[in-house]
Ligand binder design. Sequence first.
Ligand SMILES: O=C(CO)[C@H](O)[C@H](O)COP(=O)(O)O
Length: 236
Amino acid sequence: MSVETDPAKIMKQQVGVAAAARVQSGSIVGLGTGSTTAYAIQALGDRLKSGDLKDIKGVPTSFQAIVLARRYGIPLVTLDEIDHIDVAIDGADEVDPHKNLIKGGGAAHTQEKIVDSLANQFIVVVDSGKLVEHLGSTFLLPVEVIPMAVTPVMRAIVKLGGKPELRMGIKKAGPVVTDQGNLVIDVKFDRIDNPADLEKTLNNIPGVLENGLFVGVTDLVLVGEIKDGQPSIREF
Ligand SMILES: O=C(CO)[C@H](O)[C@H](O)COP(=O)(O)O
């Protein structure tokens, strides 16, 4: 594992490594998406290589997770081949005090919600900058939409009080296309008072595949912090 010097990367790395340390031999592990989870996947690979961890199987949540798992020697299985997931490790874009989340900064929230919700234990790994009092205060809410339905879905979101914008690619002309071949609408809500209701309401709009609100799914949050110049981990 590389030695990080950037404080933001140090926080991500330490929680990723800490989450990987909780995985036991023989486990089926949900492998999340994003830069923090990437450290966890790498740490799982390091533990397998050293012999400290044996016989785990990974369930990927994205193309990125598949690539990393292969790079670090973690055997993969699909949901058709297993009847449970022991633990899932995944990042988040916002975490509220009730452990509810906004996810989807990497446009992977649809597969992430499937895998993370199936896990017996879902561990969220974040740096302290992701903690918020109210969801939606710092991050737009991602909504994955089937391409032919983008315009009516945007109209329906405006009626709900949201300000939608189509997510555009970086180093790619045109919109971001998800691993499922769909588009992502990022929505600004002034305040999300009832995330459980909003999650259901958005998913009821015809053409919406899944949104990035994860309500009542998280078991444990590991928060990477720098305190008095020293990296530390808090959990809740
Ligand atoms: O939801 C996600 C991808 O869809 C990521 O987990 C989330 O965006 C956090 O990513 P990072 O750890 O890079 O900050």
